[in-house]
Ligand binder design. Structure first.
Ligand SMILES: [Zn+2]
Ligand SMILES: [Zn+2]
Length: 332
């Protein structure tokens, strides 16, 4: 599998449908300026900061990709369908590509390798057709837990229909102003916030954990993208439901997960220990080791964790000490 995907992200030709769709969305977002209404703006912002985290951050990323929690199946389908309806893209390909990103972060096999520069990682990679997308059997091998699900296969194929249908009620509710602001400005904002995780959070920010990849904790992406910008933390502990590890690393997606848990709608929420003092990188073999014990547990519980989601522990942790700490871990 590795040798195949080392060349699978190679670029062959322009991806015309992506270029067309992204250009159209940005053009219509500009047209929205001439159809301004304050109610449309507030609805747009509400959707960006509530629906996007629920559909993409929670549904696509923390639930499907990393299995950081468990929900009833009806809720899982609802969150992932929401992610498709708000323009998150084909969910199965999204998950496969993201697992590939974790496995080969910041190498030539990374679908949005930040080593090729900000614009390539941010949006440029979407302008090119990647071999990876054509090799369905291969990328399906990255999602063996999802590839047999008939509903997800359906959603993966027809997600664009859901996205288009979702804009129809907006027209009857508030006319073109709502379609443009809540449909197109909202999707453009959502896409850029998601893309900043791939670009800015692999280039700018601080590192709580030493890693071979270039992942960073970028504070403004953390705040704007509902917690996804604490990306160095996330790369160190991909299965953790919480990406913010200090009290000031605000992670609203995680807070949503906590609400679901309180309501009895989320179980097995994965939580490594919080970092209580900064900086983690310089001190701390103890707390990091405790977290590694968590990591080891996660690996035992889910073979997918080691295969797809967590290629290596933080470099600062001496591997030989892991077994000592496994006994004393207080991680749930
Ligand atoms: Zn990353
Ligand atoms: Zn991830």
């Amino acid at each position: 599998m590795n040798s195949t995907f080392n060349q699978a992200t190679s670029i062959r030709r322009l991806h015309i449908p992506n270029i067309f769709w992204l250009s159209l969305a940005h053009a219509l977002a500009l047209v929205a300026v001439f159809h301004f209404s304050s109610s449309a703006l507030w609805l747009c912002l509400g959707a960006v900061f509530v629906l996007s985290p629920l559909g993409v951050n929670l549904g696509y990323h923390r639930l499907l990709t990393h299995r950081s929690l468990k929900t009833p199946k009806w809720l899982e389908y609802t969150l992932v369908t929401l992610g498709a309806a708000i323009g998150g893209g084909p969910p199965l390909l999204w998950v496969a590509e993201h697992r590939l990103h974790h496995r080969y972060s910041d190498t030539v096999s990374d679908p949005h390798d930040a080593g090729r520069g900000f614009w390539y990682a941010h949006v440029g990679h979407l302008f090119y057709h990647k071999d990876f997308e054509d090799q369905q059997e291969q990328w399906m091998s990255y999602i063996p837990d999802l590839s047999g699900d008939a509903y997800y296969r359906f959603l993966n194929r027809y997600w664009i229909g859901f996205a288009v249908l979702a804009t129809v009620p907006l027209y009857f509710w508030g006319g073109w102003s709502y379609v443009l602001w809540v449909g197109f400005v909202r999707v453009v904002l959502m896409l850029h916030l998601t893309w900043f995780v791939n670009s800015a959070s692999h280039l700018w920010g601080y590192e709580s954990y030493e890693r071979k990849d270039g992942s960073k904790n970028c504070w403004w992406v953390g705040l704007l993208a509902a917690g996804e910008g604490w990306h160095n933390n996330h790369h160190a502990y991909p299965t953790s439901a919480a990406h913010g590890r200090r009290w000031w690393e605000v992670d609203t997606t995680y807070y949503m997960i906590c609400v679901l848990e309180r309501l009895g709608l989320a179980k097995n929420v994965q939580r490594p220990m919080k970092i209580k003092r900064a900086p983690a990188k310089a001190e701390a073999p103890l707390k990091s080791l405790t977290e590694v014990a968590y990591l080891q547990r996660g690996t035992e519980n889910s073979p997918l964790t080691s295969v797809f989601m967590n290629p290596k522990p933080p470099l600062s942790v001496p591997v030989k000490a892991v077994s000592l700490i496994a006994v004393t871990s207080n991680v749930p």
